[in-house]
Structure formats: C-alpha cells, structure tokens
Design a protein around this ligand. Structure first.
Ligand code: HEC
Ligand code: HEC
Length: 348
C-alpha cells in the first residue's frame, strides 16, 4: 500500500505536520470556524478574469453535465502531454502486454494509442507524476480548475497569505492564437490560463473552445490517473463495501440519500452533490470516513486544505456518521474515497 498510515489519518507527506497538529488539537479550538482570508488576497488573472473559489462565485463554473475524463484525455494529449507526459490506463497496459509478441500489423491497441498521440508512454518533463496520488490528495478539483483555467491558485485553501502556485499557459497573439517561435514551438508563460487557449477537436477540426468544459475534462483526466492505475479491478469490491456499510444512510451511490437519511439531522452527505465533492480534498474525505461525525476539531492539516466556506457547508460536528477506522482497513477506506470520487465524472 502506498499510503502509510500514521494515526489517525494516513497521508504520508502530511504525516509530520499532522502529528504536530494532533498533539495540539486539545488546545486548538478553531474547529469549524477557521477563516480563509486567502480570498482577500486574490490576484487579478492576466486578461482580466478574477479567479475566486468562493462558493457561489461565478469564476469556478461548474459544468451541468458530468465532466468526462475520456474527453479530457483528448484535450490533455493535445495541450498538456508535451510537458506532463502521456499516461495509459491499467487496462491499456494489460492489453499492450498481451499484444507485445504479435506481428506489428496485429497490434491493434498500440496502433490506436499512436493515432491518439499517447504512445510511447512518456514521463512528465514538468510538474507532478499524475499516476502518484500524493500530488493531489490535498487538492480540490475546483482549486485545480482555478489553476488551469486562470493560471494560478493558492497552495492551501484554508491558509491566509498562502503561497500562490503559477502554472504556464500559452501566450496568445492578437489573433487569439498561441504564439509560436521560429521552430513552430508554442510559447508558454507562468500565470497564464488555458480557458481561452485550450485546443479541442470536434468533427475532425481543431479549435479553441473558450469555455470551461474542456478545462474540467482535462482536470478530471489527470485527477483520475492515480485511480485508473490501481483500481480497475477493485471497483467491484468498493461497491460491495459501500452497499454493506454506507448505502443505508447515503443511499445508492447513483441515486442519493438512503432509507435512513430522513430520520437523521444533519442528513447524510449526498454523493450526488458533485459540486461539493469538487470543493473537497481526498485528505478530508479519508479523514471524515475514518473519524465519523463525533469529533471536536477538524485537524489543522485537513482544515488547511479546504476553504472555510466548504468546511462550513459540508461538515456538521455531531452527526450520525460512524467512525470506520476500526471497522474498515485503511486500504478499504481509500478505496471508498476513490469510489465516491469516480462517480463525479465520466471515468475511463
Ligand atoms: C509548458 C509546460 C506545461 C504545460 C503545457 C502544462 N503544464 Fe501543467 N504544470 C507545469 C509545471 C511546470 C507544473 C508545476 C507547477 C508548480 O508546482 O509550480 C505543472 C503542474 C500542473 C498540475 C499540478 C498542480 C498542483 O500543484 O497540484 C496540474 C493539475 C497541471 N499542471 C495540469 C495541466 C493541464 C490540465 C494542462 C493542459 C491544459 C497542463 N498542465 C499543461 C507545466 C505545464
Ligand atoms: C448511520 C448513517 C451513516 C452511515 C452508515 C454512513 N454515513 Fe457517512 N455520513 C452520515 C452523516 C449524518 C454525515 C454528515 C453530513 C454532514 O456533516 O452534513 C455523513 C458524512 C459523510 C462524509 C462527508 C462528506 C462531505 O463531503 O462532507 C463522507 C465522505 C461519508 N459520510 C462517507 C461514508 C462512507 C464511505 C460510509 C460507509 C463506509 C458511510 N459514510 C456510512 C451518515 C452515515
């Protein structure tokens, strides 16, 4: 298992911070009321957009339709793979290994990947390895949307005056097309967004869409890499665990809250709320599943990763949510995080 458990939650890179905070939880009474004044320090994105993750703000457009990792794969390959490398799903790797010994004209999977520009699989030249979930467990999809759409995001949503991360985007010319150098290479600059620059293909034509959908699709594509690599065969197990332990309150994952839900106050969280899940981190979901609803404080390292608005909206302190730490293994709890997430976008 990649994630080493350090009580009471397991997220390895946070572990040192976490332990520090835990010893301090007794005297920290910040609990649910931490202010996120990072909101006050939002820089203006170049080009006039003012990125904000405030709930209800109109700069994080959340798509009405399910974002699609499948469509995102195409947008990613065309726009992002040059820096971030190409990724295959676990199934594609399996299929390739089966075809490896066949004559070239019978290698169907490989040909398909070549056509899509995804073969050979390459390592990232820049940024994190998306196959490794550690890069994203403290991120919300909404935060990443802000980074890619507008070019920058706060590192920690719950901390005032946090470091701002800048992401490179294409420099656009007067014709709104990416500026290329003499050798035909696109010019990038940190802090520039992709909202008006992400190229997509439709009907055999390549064009810039100028709306948020392909940005969301590409975010969920990279987001899903670390799920796709390890969990293909695990999902059947996830829904079994979910059905046995969670659906009585949370309902059928595809439908929303279950039979017991109306008797509970606060009501169980509804996993059909995709916007809420786009505003939460895996670190938070894992902690919540592990600790349940009877807690005094949200550990500081978890608070730091989410905006105070999101925590205020989605977390009630003395709820009926059971603690699963002693009942489900660490791996099972991570699988549930992945499972619940995998329903918020069209998974490959
Ligand atoms: C010109 C190279 C380049 C291109 C093109 C590029 N990126 Fe990046 N990306 C980077 C670099 C460099 C970083 C690391 C930024 C940092 O941490 O300071 C990064 C980081 C990221 C991260 C991780 C942010 C975090 O810290 O959690 C995501 C997600 C990401 N890129 C998505 C994309 C997507 C989606 C596209 C295509 C629309 C894209 N990138 C195109 C260079 C690039
Ligand atoms: C006895 C009913 C009950 C059962 C069983 C139950 N939950 Fe919950 N769950 C709740 C309640 C109530 C909340 C609190 C909602 C709130 O704070 O507004 C909650 C909240 C959550 C949250 C927080 C979501 C968010 O974004 O704030 C997660 C994640 C979660 N439950 C996962 C699970 C999983 C996984 C299982 C099965 C292993 C499970 N729950 C079983 C009642 C239940």
């Amino acid at each position: 298992m990649r994630f080493k458990l350090l009580p009471p939650f397991s997220v390895a890179p946070l572990a040192m911070v976490a332990l520090g905070a835990l010893t301090a939880t007794g005297c920290s009474n910040e609990g649910l009321t931490t202010k996120n004044s990072a909101q006050g320090a939002l820089p203006k994105a170049e080009g006039g957009g003012a990125p904000s993750l405030e709930i209800g703000s109109d700069s994080v457009f959340y798509p009405n339709n399910l974002p699609s990792a499948l469509k995102g794969r195409q947008a990613y390959t065309a726009n992002c793979a040059g820096c971030h490398g190409t990724y295959l799903t676990a199934q594609e790797r399996l299929d390739l290994s089966k075809e490896a010994g066949l004559p070239a004209d019978q290698q169907v999977v490989r040909k398909g990947l070549e056509k899509e520009g995804r073969w050979p699989e390459t390592k990232p030249l820049n940024g994190p390895d998306f196959n490794d979930r550690d890069w994203r467990f403290q991120r919300t999809p909404g935060q990443l949307f802000q980074l890619i759409a507008y070019g920058s995001m706060p590192d920690k949503l719950g901390i005032a005056n946090t470091r701002w991360i800048q992401h490179p985007g294409p420099v656009l010319g007067a014709d709104k097309k990416p500026v290329k150098d003499a050798s035909g290479k696109v010019q990038y600059k940190p802090g520039l967004g992709w909202m008006d620059a992400i190229q997509i293909q439709r009907g055999g034509l390549e064009f810039v869409s100028g709306d948020s959908v392909p940005v969301w699709d590409s975010i969920y594509y990279v987001w899903s890499r670390s799920i796709a690599v390890k969990s293909v065969s695990n999902f059947a197990d996830v829904w079994k665990i979910y059905g046995e332990n969670c659906s009585v309150c949370h309902g059928d994952i595809a439908k929303g809250n279950g039979p017991l839900s109306k008797q509970l106050n606060p009501m169980p969280f509804n996993f059909q709320n995709r916007k809420a899940l786009a505003e939460t981190t895996d670190a938070f979901l894992f902690w919540r599943i592990s600790e349940g609803g009877q807690f005094r404080n949200i550990p500081k390292p978890i608070q730091d990763t989410m905006s105070s608005q999101a925590l205020g909206l989605y977390v009630h302190q003395w709820s009926a949510m059971p603690s699963w730490r002693g009942l489900l293994t660490e791996e099972q709890r991570w699988m549930l995080v992945d499972g619940v997430r995998s329903k918020t976008y069209e998974h490959e």
